[in-house]
Write a protein that binds this ligand. Structure first.
Ligand code: HEM
Length: 447
């Protein structure tokens, strides 16, 4: 009985271990043989933590979801590798996280933990506390052609397209396609240091893209003028935005296409709407309400990150209701579970591509895909909202638009499991193939 309870509930298990360990510490002084038992219990405790950490790594999103359902709206905790997460869902707690000073709850410390910039970005020292200046910055496709059809690995395709698109936006078309720089970079690697710079600059002497007004230049221009950032800091910040944007967008676009082709009834109305909208208007939400709604529903039900808002306590944080977040612990909002909760969205687990059109009062979200509110947490909350959301929503729309107008597609593995979990993230499976056939001239609109 106790065994089952311990198995089901990590808290009961920890409690039992604690009592046993404490009482044993008294008894062991009398009987040294019991020292062995004490050591075994400590090993058991550490194995148990490891066990729950591994379960979290493999099924993090489900662990959070189950705990969320059990919690009935109250705060709950989740054991993750090396850290405890406190999950809160009430509007009051959400507001308190939003208002907490930056030196108490930090998103930067969370990002640092994820990216490990010291090791992955050549020793870049990422600060725990965001400076007063803010973040500053708030192919080879494996394609098989069978007859007139392309069979492509969907997630791989999306990663490649988004990488290319991001390259053009971040570095400008010229630099993105710049072969001189690639050649120069290879030279720098191969030649002795003394002459490499000189030789590389000779080969890139006509290179003008550094003067162009691309996303990278824009990010550089936004760096603080007072207390100017070092080159290392600048590079680190740009890399942070780059990683964030590539990873999130590739996954979001993959899920949007998976949602589209596993619910083919939406193809005809979406195509009709897109075909009657000029390309200049495609990103105006009111001009493409069906597309915007469809993408909102995809973002809701296929939210790939279970925790929309994560903060590390840089000092003890005590919001209302007796909650205490110790230094080093994280407080998060389980927004994926909230998006899948019937009390927030009617028949929440059913994909309803035009659900928000029916909800004329829009009580369950604010308005359009790129909007944010305390009930629509896709982009974060209040003071820290995703600054890339307008770009992300434009890219999502462009991708769906392009695929709808240019290709007829099918998902041969539509009934198979399409994702796997890694920690709190839900990732698309790499093996999912998309079968695409180019539409005839009469059908395809230049997109
Ligand atoms: C579908 C794609 C995306 C989703 C779902 C998403 C979501 C989010 C969320 C939820 C946050 C707040 C995190 C928190 O408070 O814990 C955030 C922050 C951020 N996002 Fe995104 N994002 C996406 C795409 C992008 C893109 C494309 C860029 C850049 C071009 C970007 C740049 C950033 C930056 C710089 C922050 C930090 C903001 C700050 O510190 O104030 N994101 N994002």
């Amino acid at each position: 009985m106790l065994g089952t309870l311990m198995e089901k509930n990590p808290l009961v298990s920890s409690f039992v271990v604690l009592i046993l360990t404490t009482s044993l510490s008294v008894v062991t002084e009398l009987n040294p043989l019991l020292e062995c038992v004490k050591v075994s219990l400590l090993i058991y405790k550490s194995l148990e933590t490891k066990f729950f950490s591994i379960i979290y790594l493999l099924y993090g999103a489900s662990v959070i979801d189950k705990a969320y359902i059990k919690s009935n709206g109250l705060p709950f905790q989740v054991t993750t590798p090396g850290r405890r997460y406190h999950m809160v869902t009430s509007l009051l707690h959400i507001e308190e996280i939003n208002r907490a000073p930056l030196d108490v709850l930090s998103l930067h410390a969370v990002a640092k933990d994820f990216l490990q910039p010291k090791d992955t970005m050549h020793g870049f020292e990422w600060k725990d506390v965001r400076g007063v200046e803010g973040t500053g910055f708030v192919c080879a496709l494996r394609t098989i052609l069978t007859g007139d059809r392309y069979v492509v690995p969907l997630y791989e395709m999306c990663k490649t397209v988004i990488t290319r698109l991001n390259c053009s936006v971040f570095f400008g078309k010229e630099l993105a396609e710049d072969r001189d720089s690639t050649f120069a970079a290879e030279l720098i690697r191969l030649l002795p240091k003394a002459i490499s710079r000189f030789t590389a600059s000779y080969f890139t002497r006509n290179y003008t893209s550094s003067a162009t007004n691309d996303g990278l230049q824009w990010l550089i221009d936004r760096a603080p003028k007072k207390n100017a950032w070092s080159i290392d800091r600048l590079v680190g910040e740009v890399m942070g935005v780059w990683y964030g944007s590539l990873h999130t967008l590739s996954i979001a676009v993959t899920f949007a296409l998976l949602d589209l082709y596993s619910h083919p009834s939406y193809i005809t109305p979406l195509r009709a709407e897109i075909s009657s909208t000029s390309l200049a208007d495609f990103n105006t939400p009111s001009a493409t309400p069906l597309l915007d709604n469809f993408l909102s529903e995809s973002a809701r039900l296929s939210a790939f990150e279970s925790t929309g808002v994560r903060r590390q306590a840089l000092q003890t944080f005590t919001p209302s209701d007796g909650l205490r977040i110790n230094r080093g612990e994280w407080v998060c909002i389980p927004h994926r579970s909230m998006m899948r909760d019937d009390s927030n969205f009617a028949d929440a687990l059913t994909f309803d591509g035009f659900r928000f059109l029916k909800d004329s009062g829009r009580s369950s979200r604010d308005s359009y895909t790129a909007d944010a509110s305390d009930k629509w947490l896709i982009w974060g909350i209040g003071r820290i909202l995703c600054p890339g959301r307008f770009y992300a929503s434009a890219v999502l729309k462009l991708m769906v638009l392009r695929m709808l107008l240019r290709y007829d597609c099918e998902l041969p593995q539509a009934s198979e499991e399409r994702s796997f979990q890694w920690g709190s993230t839900v990732m698309p499976k790499g093996g999912i193939m998309l079968v695409a056939r180019e539409r005839g001239d009469g059908e395809a609109v230049s997109a």
